[in-house]
Design a protein around this ligand. Structure first.
Ligand code: PLP
Length: 363
């Protein structure tokens, strides 16, 4: 037997939302909807599909390892320097690159809990330790608790804003006050995977802080509002020095050419993003109303998913919903045993989920 790293024994594989094909096969169902992975229920921009079809003529060529066109388009959009961007096969891969760049064995990182599970995984893969600070009573990141947990070994703070799975945000004001107190030798990763759904109101425009703080990395993705989850492309925004370091760790052709072509076209179709956000707002209101009618507690959300308290074991409710062809996420993986996380769908999908939930809970 080849000897593996001891650390690997302590890791658990990521548990993704159940794919539609698997549910169809296992349960003999033909009509299945998936509201489990926060994908865009409207699909993606038709312009992205067009770009993909054109791209098929170039499959034999390596991609542009620098993502030049997309980099320039984003720099233009955010009025930043092209050197302030780094691209990854999903922002998931950028989390890995950040961990590989900054975490030595024995270093630690801090995040909230429940939150996105990959912060812990990428830390532990590098033989680091993660401190999970419980969310506040209103399911928000406890920024004071996080500040109090900083020690000499702290390298990174992962801030999920809005937070997955609770959909809550920290406000621009809270984030500013927080960053002022974080020592400059600690990196703050602002994971804004749901930026397009959350923006406006009290939600921070974090790019405006890049001049003032040299210890922040902002993460965005094309997987959620842009609807390109299957292609795997996300990006980091930071200062040129940090990006230059991350770029040494990044693999040469880590973002495939199809993803680059589609993302560039999708970026040019903001009308589609607006339509997606609007569908989400309408679906949100519809689900809130249904939960209220059923007498179920829910967490008001700034994202395209909602946590709802079903007041019984959510794994069982999850399984009962599966039987009706509706895939959601049970809260057990987030230590929220009686909660379900449901992605906001099309009006038709939302109605179907509500009907199924009413039957399962008999409410
Ligand atoms: C979905 C998600 C990501 C990862 O998205 P990619 O598809 O890897 O770009 C990162 N962070 C959070 C909080 C997410 O929910």
């Amino acid at each position: 037997m080849v000897k593996h790293r001891k650390t690997v024994e302590t890791l658990e594989p990521y548990r993704p939302g159940k794919p539609i094909s698997e549910v169809k096969r296992e349960l003999g169902l033909t009509d299945v909807i998936k509201l489990a992975s926060n994908e865009n229920p409207l699909g993606c921009s038709p312009k992205a599909v067009e770009a993909l079809i054109k791209w098929t003529n170039e499959v034999s060529l390596y991609p542009d390892g620098n993502c030049t066109e997309l980099r320039n388009a984003l720099a233009e959009k955010f009025k930043l320097d092209p050197g302030q961007f780094l691209f990854g096969a999903g922002s998931d891969q950028i989390l890995e690159i950040i961990a590989q760049t900054y975490i030595n064995p024995g270093d630690s990182t801090i995040t909230g809990w429940p939150s996105f599970s990959r912060y812990e995984a990428v830390t532990r893969i590098m033989d680091g330790n993660i401190i999970r600070v419980p969310l506040t009573r209103d399911y928000r990141f406890d920024l004071d608790g996080i500040l109090n947990s900083i020690t000499d070994t702290t390298r990174i703070i992962w801030v999920c804003n809005p937070n997955n799975p609770t959909g809550t945000i920290i406000t621009a004001e809270e984030q500013k006050a927080f960053l002022k107190k974080v020592p400059r030798h600690v990196l703050v990763v602002l994971d804004e995977a749901y930026y397009e759904y959350a923006r406006g109101g009290d939600y921070p425009e974090s790019t405006a802080l890049l001049d003032e703080y040299d210890n922040i990395i902002i993460l965005r993705t094309f997987s959620k509002a842009y609807g390109l989850a299957g292609l795997r492309i996300g990006y980091a925004i930071s200062n040129k020095e940090i990006i230059e370091l991350l770029n040494r760790v990044r693999g040469p052709f880590n973002v495939n050419a199809a993803a680059q072509a589609a993302a560039l076209a999708a970026l040019g179709d903001q009308e589609f993003v607006q339509r997606s956000v609007q569908n989400n707002e309408e679906g949100k209101r519809c689900l809130y109303q249904a939960f209220e009618e059923m007498g179920l507690e829910y967490i008001p959300t700034h994202t395209n998913f909602i946590m709802v308290n079903v007041e019984k074991n959510s794994v069982e409710v999850f399984k009962a919903l599966l039987q009706k062809g509706v895939i959601v996420r049970s809260g057990d993986i987030f230590d929220m045993d009686n909660w379900l996380r449901v992605t906001i769908g099309t009006p038709e999908q939302n109605r179907r989920f509500i009907e199924a939930l009413k039957e399962v809970l008999q409410r």
